[in-house]
Design a protein around this ligand. Structure first.
Ligand code: PMP
Length: 368
């Protein structure tokens, strides 16, 4: 049984049921979630009379505070796109976009390991869907070759940095395929926004393909230490979504203070290049140490899986690390397929190389 723990996470520390540990299970990748300097700077620059506690209705009623237009304009400029649209969360985005965009005459081709929110979006859509094996773009091309002509529109759907394996999609190749077969490309950058690319715009920036992505989705609840999500697209699709996307139409919009905080952070994320490089180095070092110790890992990002392929082993290893001061949670089925049980080590830029060394030694001691 899953259970909600009594805990308090602050910066890279967490106190969980009386035990204080280094937090290796947070998505605060830039390490800014509890940065008092940033938060105080925001509070002193904010116009406190501008917002009350909540927005109290959806954006189409009275919840469309000017903070939204400001944030959306900033995102569109950053991405060099016509428009951006902000949502309440990544879940709202993924669960709402595909059902709004697709019809029964369309086909969705999604990577096998896309996030649960995308899967639920697919379930709510009228389109047919085929999941291709994770990262297998040859298989994807075969499907496109065989099936493209049978449908009005085809949507290729992927994450950029995958949340459980920490590996990266080949967005360049996906962009080639979408061009070759006249498909749309939908990319969820939840784990790459703020973290990848020179200005932190994501893996699409790093691979130089922002302009090729028809629906680029990012979330604010991870590296941006806020809440909400966005899609970068064009004016026609934006207007269409405002008229058809159910989570946007029927759910209360974010509190204005939250939207302002997001914009404040987004403005600063672009300049956090040295933190991004530090985080990259931490990931490389941890992977190198785990591999040297004969342990199994994967990927190439701030998410470092320690794959143990057994439920009990994952739990025992997690308990051992917690006892020794590192809060890392086991990931079991059904979150990962049977045999894929692991620890998901989520690194943040506020960690030090010494902490990574200590963690590697602990893993090496009992990991095998
Ligand atoms: N997409 C991916 C890839 C995610 O990992 C998550 C959350 N873990 C989401 C979307 C949902 O985002 P949010 O937490 O903003 O609802």
């Amino acid at each position: 049984m899953r259970r909600l723990r009594h805990l308090r996470a602050e910066g890279n520390r967490i106190v969980c049921e009386g035990r204080e540990m280094v937090n290796l299970s947070s998505n605060d990748y830039m390490g800014i979630g509890a940065d008092p300097v940033l938060w105080n700077e925001f509070l002193s620059s904010a116009d406190r009379n501008e917002f009350g506690g909540g927005s109290c209705s959806s954006r189409l009623l009275t919840g469309n505070h000017p903070a939204y237009a400001s944030l959306e304009k900033r995102l569109a400029v950053l991405y060099g796109a016509e428009s951006a649209l902000v949502f309440d969360s990544g879940w709202h985005a993924n669960v709402g976009l595909l059902p709004a965009l697709t019809s029964s005459k369309d086909l969705i081709l999604a990577d096998k390991l896309v996030h649960a929110s995308i899967i639920d979006g697919i379930r709510l859509s009228d389109a047919e869907c085929i999941r291709y094996p994770h990262g297998n773009l040859e298989r994807l091309e075969t499907l496109l070759e065989k099936r493209r002509e049978d449908y009005d529109n085809v949507f290729i759907v992927t994450e950029s940095v995958f949340s459980m394996d920490g590996d990266c999609a080949d967005l360049r190749r996906l962009a080639e395929l979408k061009r070759k077969y006249g498909a749309f490309l939908y990319v969820d950058e939840a784990h790459a926004f703020g973290v990848r690319g020179k200005r932190g715009l994501g893996l699409a920036e790093e691979q130089g393909v922002i302009a090729e992505i028809d629906f680029l989705v990012g979330t604010f609840g991870k590296a941006a230490a806020s809440q909400g999500a966005f899609a970068v697209t064009d004016d026609v699709f934006r207007e269409y979504l405002v008229n058809t996307m159910r989570p946007l139409i029927f759910s209360t919009s974010l509190p204005p203070v939250s939207v302002r905080w997001t914009e404040f952070v987004v403005e600063r994320l672009t300049g956090m290049e040295s933190s991004r490089r530090h985080l990259e180095r931490l990931g490389e070092r941890l992977r190198e140490r785990l591999t040297t110790a004969g342990l199994e890992t994967a990927g190439k990002s701030q998410i470092v899986p320690l794959i143990v392929r057994d439920n009990r082993k994952a739990i025992a290893l997690s308990e051992y690390l917690c006892e020794n001061g590192f809060f890392v949670l086991p990931i079991r089925r059904p979150t990962v397929p049977p045999g894929g049980e692991r620890l998901r080590i989520s690194l943040t830029a506020s960690l030090t190389e010494i902490q990574i060394e200590t963690l590697s030694e602990l893993c090496a001691r009992i990991g095998r």
